[in-house]
Design a protein around this ligand. Structure first.
Ligand code: FPP
Length: 270
């Protein structure tokens, strides 16, 4: 039992990082540590608006967004979340000005270089999902290097979705299934919901339980379409660069308050 600063129980690692303000303590005391979401995914929206509100350019908004990425990754890892998947670049994002795409690629490279020690310190295993072969070759190399460097980490899985689309993921899975049927590796009659999961980019990640979206939009935006089937969706008006450690805990507390019925009826209605 952890009695530090009025906290009844929480990973001490987490408290060290989020501090012991009244709000932090209230939140950690509400968390049921036995029922954490297995995987949390985040649609990080609002960098452009955040920059606009401050008369900054969009790239400065993405730079500020990196700060939020750092905080959320470390908070989730210290809280004991199984996997965290962040939507950094969609297949549609290539329509943005080339200068913005280049800046996002540069920020990703910088992030991986700077954060590797933190990932290793917290035993975080890094991966990227999406059509990675469509990314610039130097970015692909940095992704491979970070994946390899953290391959033996046994803690949280941290996944960045890049050049990702939920529909393209399903298309890629189908191509793979058809090829495996052609080669006699599986039979068409074996295909069911679980089999399809094995062909998704996320096949080795735990079940997606909670999807967070910042900046108020009520859309899935082609993110993890198959996986989101039974996930709880939590939306905040905060813009991504303003999303911090305690916001992640707020989302977890709200998630745990919800009743998940998976198509069943209330016990009282049965
Ligand atoms: C959405 O804001 C954000 C993105 C498209 C990119 C998110 C990228 C980062 C936070 C930086 C790189 C990521 C990692 C993981 C190192 P928006 O530009 O759509 O904002 P707006 O809707 O307000 O214009």
């Amino acid at each position: 039992m952890n009695q530090r600063a009025g906290v009844t129980f929480a990973p001490s690692d987490l408290l060290e990082y989020i501090g012991s303000s009244d709000n932090a303590i209230k939140l950690v005391n509400k968390i049921d540590w036995a029922r954490l979401p297995r995987q949390i995914a985040v649609i990080m929206d609002g960098n452009g608006r955040w920059a606009n509100q401050r008369n900054l350019n969009r790239i400065e908004g993405h730079q500020a967004g990196i700060g939020a990425v750092r905080e959320v990754v470390e908070t989730a890892a210290r809280a004991g979340i199984g996997a965290l998947t962040l939507y950094a670049l969609s297949v549609e994002n290539w329509k943005r000005p080339q200068s913005e795409i280049d800046a996002l690629m540069e920020l990703l490279k910088q992030y991986l270089a700077r954060e590797l020690p933190t990932l290793l310190r917290h035993s975080i295993r890094f991966d990227a999902i999406g059509r990675l072969d469509g990314l610039p070759i130097n970015v692909q190399r940095d992704i491979e290097a970070a994946t390899k460097a953290t391959a033996h980490s046994t803690g949280m899985r941290f996944v960045i979705a890049l050049n990702y689309g939920g529909r393209s993921e399903i298309v890629d899975a189908l191509h793979h299934v058809v090829a495996d049927i052609g080669e006699g590796k599986i039979k068409a009659t074996e295909i069911d919901e679980e089999k399809i999961v094995e062909y998704l980019y996320t096949h080795d990640l735990p079940e997606l339980d909670l999807l967070i979206r910042t900046s108020g939009e009520l859309r899935i935006s082609n993110f993890l379409l198959y996986q989101v089937a039974y996930a709880e969706i939590w939306v905040t008006d905060k813009l991504w660069p303003d999303f911090g450690r305690l916001d992640l805990l707020r989302a977890i507390v709200d998630f745990q308050r919800r009743e998940r019925r998976y198509g069943n009826v209330d016990a009282g209605d049965a």
